[in-house]
Design a protein around this ligand. Structure first.
Ligand code: HAM
Length: 400
């Protein structure tokens, strides 16, 4: 072996897809497309390249700075490989604002790039289904977003015990924090601590809270997380007085989806991205092997402001990698699901027979729904040619 040989492995955190692996991914994408088209969601696409500042301003510190892949183009523009789709969607809608018919029900399956430490469920390049409703106020649109998220799960056979949907409202949490004396200047930090809660230890979290508030406020937050009566009463009062639509959302979720989906209010759920303005939700796998967040989203009513437009919006992003892990963990995907069309291998015995295959046999078989492969190795022994077809699991037909 030569020393200067290049490595054959793909760049760290990215994947090559062999045909069987790509078939599995396409099977999942096609099922997503089918479920979404049933509710008339339309597919759109934007470029993988986007001006970096869009993410710097809107996605928050982690995505916009630490994890972004960016470079200067030859005209000194700072360009990024998109780490997420939502800011590009906001740009696309703003660019066509007057011509579109609202509400938009749109979806896209882009590949995104984040400079993260690759680990189970996390890659540096990943595909992410994005489903968004633009131009519909909070209320039923928030419900529809969660409804669709659960439909995408049940379409693959997921059952109530397989996953949990946690939901919350950032506005309610913010009012709660203000009510217990947290000032505006500390809200962002508290959100950040709550967003990382599960990743840190209990004492670390408490120490972080102590840096920005007194013991009384800290204990009230801890009691809220534990669902203690006094804090939950305060929470309920805030919902009733200031956020009636969120109270309705809870009622609708439990009456329409409650028998088939495990839905739980989680007052500490914030989600990392800074642009969410209202309801947020996150879907968790319940299996101990894969017990982590699968995907999530929420309402973001101010994202188009960046482009001088105003439209309310709600949606979610679902990564193909954690979703595929979920399907495997719960045995919800098998080789049979992913199987391609039945295939026939034609084994022509002469050059004239090859001609006959292309001119007559292919159109004939294809029109009957069968895929065709022609064995072009006429010089090989006939039994070997048959054997190759059988090994692939295909029917073989000799053509004279
Ligand atoms: P996000 O929480 O950053 O939200 O990502 C959404 C989902 O994308 C995650 O829950 C996970 O399934 C997947 N994902 C994220 N990072 C990775 C990674 N490194 N490898 C594999 N999968 C990953 C957003 O991106 C929002 N823009 C979603 C949204 C759409 N909100 C409203 N509309």
């Amino acid at each position: 072996m030569q020393n200067n040989q290049l490595p054959t492995a793909p760049y760290k955190g990215t994947s090559d897809f062999l045909p069987d692996e790509l078939s599995e991914r396409n099977y999942i994408f096609n099922k997503w497309r089918q479920v979404l088209s049933e509710l008339n969601y339309q597919e759109y696409e934007t470029s993988v390249l986007e001006m970096s500042e869009v993410f710097k301003i809107k996605s928050g510190e982690e995505l916009g700075s630490t994890q972004i892949y960016s470079f200067l183009d030859k005209s000194n523009r700072q360009i990024a490989l998109r780490p997420e789709q939502t800011p590009s969607l906001a740009r696309l809608v703003s660019n066509n604002f007057g011509e579109l018919k609202y509400p938009l029900r749109w979806f896209s399956i882009p590949n995104c790039f984040r400079y993260e430490q690759p680990q189970r469920g996390r890659r540096r390049e990943f595909w992410q289904l994005n489903v968004d409703i633009i131009g519909s106020e909070e209320g039923w649109a928030d419900f529809e977003s969660i409804y669709l998220a659960t439909k995408l799960m049940t379409a693959f056979g997921a059952k109530k015990q397989d996953y949990v949907v946690y939901y919350n409202h950032r506005g309610v949490l913010q009012s709660f924090l203000k009510e217990i004396g947290i000032g505006d200047e500390s809200l962002k930090q508290v959100f950040h601590i709550l967003d990382n809660w599960a990743k840190m230890g209990e004492s670390e979290n408490e120490a972080e809270l102590s840096k920005i508030m007194d013991d009384k406020a800290k204990n009230q937050i801890l009691c809220l997380l534990e669902g203690m009566n006094r804090e939950m009463d305060l929470w309920d009062d805030i919902v009733e007085d200031e956020f009636p639509a969120f109270s309705e959302l809870g009622d609708r979720l439990s009456s329409i989806l409650g028998s088939t989906v495990d839905l739980q209010l989680n007052p500490a759920l914030v989600r990392g991205l800074t642009y969410y303005t209202g309801m947020v939700f996150e879907v968790f796998d319940t299996d101990p092997v894969n017990n982590r967040s699968l995907f999530g989203g929420g309402r973001y009513d101010n994202l188009l402001d960046l482009y001088g437009k105003q439209a309310s919006a709600v949606g979610f992003g679902m990564g193909q990698v954690p979703f595929t892990d979920f399907l495997h963990t719960h045995n919800l995907i098998s080789k049979d699901d992913v199987a391609t069309r039945p295939t026939t291998v034609l084994i022509p015995l002469t050059n004239e027979a090859v001609q006959k295959c292309y001119a007559e046999k292919i159109p004939e078989l294809v029109s009957s729904g069968v895929a065709v492969e022609i064995d072009l190795d006429l010089s090989r022994a006939l039994n070997k040619r048959r054997e190759s077809a059988f090994k692939k699991g295909f029917e073989a037909v000799e053509i004279e």
